[in-house]
Design a protein around this ligand. Structure first.
Ligand SMILES: C=C(O[C@H]1C=CC=C(C(=O)O)[C@@H]1O)C(=O)O
Ligand SMILES: [Mg+2]
Length: 461
């Protein structure tokens, strides 16, 4: 059994100096389960792991250990701050042709202006990690990299120890029989404050009718208490199995795991093109195929839902028009049918005229009116006044980038924060002039379902 490489790990807080170097080395292995690799890191890197799979299932990432963390405590300039620090690190990257680009993975809080004491206290306004051990599964290939950032002149020995550790993790992932089906027994479910939520929706519709805003997304939280600490890997396993159409993510920090299965891409940059998605407007799935079709038709023709959706299309398309050439946006939304819910969906794509920093795209897009509202600043103020909670990383951008400026961020909805034997689940909905509080309340239950099921909770309806 190898041990944790503490002297290498200590370097994770180094600030970039003229001596700093960023080493990476990749090996290709045979097929290896991503969650087995994640779990192989449990004893030595229990709270320093992440997991990501895109909705197309063409990319899976696992990170174990922190070669470096980037965080930001400030309210302003957090996107460019992370971007600049990452660029500095990449400028001292030493890699060979065969090596995969190191990944920076993490996310941003929803709104730094509206933080309060809460379950999110250990999450700063931005939190990103360069993993010590990085797994990337793409195009049928499984690539494991070591990343090491150091100021030491003589780093060969440290690197050799990381190689031993890597081999140990790969071996464990290959042979260990991990139990992914560990069930999490729930002791209680606390809706916190239903009345508060219903009143908030009522107040927001009034404000909208009075012309204060066009739309604002109001969310709520439910809290689960478990008999034991929740098993992180079994939750990730369950959510990935059940939510085939969504992005899957898990990010550990301190004693917490933030995880979810979101259908909503914020931005992807790939080969000089940018992709986003407008996902807003919802209805439940039908019990039969015929009822499902009928509900889908109803959603496509529903004025309130079309209005919720159109604000998102308006905002995302105007950002794309300013960043891209050849912007393509279908005229009318389609249906996105996922396991528990149907949404109105409009894909957006454009060609980038020049290299665009993915963080500046994230900054321009976040929050879209699918999570914030219209106008954005007024909606954020309304959310701060009416919701009465800290969204933390819920509804914020979560994803990855690499040294070549590629990357993808999704919107962290259908998500939950697990803290040992507690879980906090978040769901919200777009409120417009003729929204109805009870109907919105029901819609949040449909949105809680994926995460509630993954946590072993009972489903409402
Ligand atoms: C804010 C959430 O969903 C957004 C995304 C899709 C549909 C939405 C809606 O119909 O209200 C919301 O705008 C959430 O799931 O917590
Ligand atoms: Mg809605």
């Amino acid at each position: 059994m190898s041990h944790k490489i503490t002297d290498v790990q200590k370097n994770r807080e180094v600030t970039i100096s003229p001596a700093t170097r960023f080493f990476t080395e990749t090996v290709e292995v045979g097929r290896l389960s991503a969650l087995s690799f994640f779990e192989a890191g449990v004893s030595l890197y229990k709270n320093e792991r992440f997991y990501w799979q895109n909705s197309d299932k063409t990319l899976t990432l696992v990170g174990i250990g922190h070669a470096y963390t980037l965080s930001n405590q400030k309210k302003t300039n957090r996107y460019m701050d992370i971007s600049e620090k990452w660029k500095q690190l990449c400028s001292v990257l030493i890699k060979e042709e065969k090596d995969v680009d190191p990944i920076l993975f993490g996310g941003f809080s929803f709104d730094e202006e509206n933080r309060r004491n809460s379950e999110w206290d250990e999450f700063p306004s931005a939190f990103f990690v360069v993993p010590s051990f990085q797994m990337k599964i793409e195009e049928g290939r499984t690539l494991i990299s070591i990343n090491m950032i150091t100021d030491k002149k003589e780093a060969a020995e440290d690197f050799e120890r990381l190689r031993e550790e890597r081999d140990h993790l790969i071996h464990l992932a290959q042979v260990e029989e991990f139990d992914f089906t560990d069930s999490n027994a729930i002791l209680s479910t606390n809706e916190r404050n239903k009345e508060h939520y219903l009143n908030a929706v009522e107040n927001v519709t009034k404000s909208i009718r009075n012309g204060k805003a066009d739309k604002a997304v109001i969310a709520r939280v439910i809290e689960l208490q478990f008999e034991h600490d929740v098993n992180d890997v079994s939750v990730l396993h369950s959510i990935s199995n059940e939510q085939q159409e969504s992005y899957h993510f898990g990010l550990q920090k301190g004693n917490s795991l933030f995880f979810g299965a979101t259908p909503e891409r914020l931005i992807e940059i790939r080969d000089g093109k940018a992709y986003s998605a407008c996902v807003a407007g919802s209805i439940r799935r039908g019990k039969t195929a015929a009822e499902d079709r009928k509900l889908g038709e109803e959603l496509l023709g529903d004025r309130k839902n079309r209005e919720e959706h159109q604000y998102v299309v308006g905002m995302i398309s105007s950002i794309f028009e300013s960043y891209c050439n050849e912007v393509r946006i279908p005229k009318a939304p389609k249906l996105m049918k996922i396991r528990d819910i149907q949404h109105l969906f409009t894909p957006v794509e454009g060609k980038l005229g020049q290299e665009v920093d993915i963080f500046s795209f994230v900054e321009a897009l976040h929050p879209t009116p699918a999570l914030g509202g219209v106008p954005t600043d007024v909606a954020l103020k309304i959310i701060g006044e009416e919701e009465g909670m800290d969204r933390g990383f819920y509804a914020g951008p979560i994803g990855w980038t690499d040294a070549a400026c590629n990357g993808e961020f999704a919107v962290a909805i259908r998500s939950s924060l697990i803290k040992e034997d507690h879980a906090y689940l978040y769901a919200g909905g777009g409120i417009v002039a003729d929204s109805n509080p009870e109907e919105e309340y029901e819609e949040t239950w449909v949105k809680f379902r994926p995460v509630l099921r993954a946590l072993g909770g009972k489903l409402n309806g």
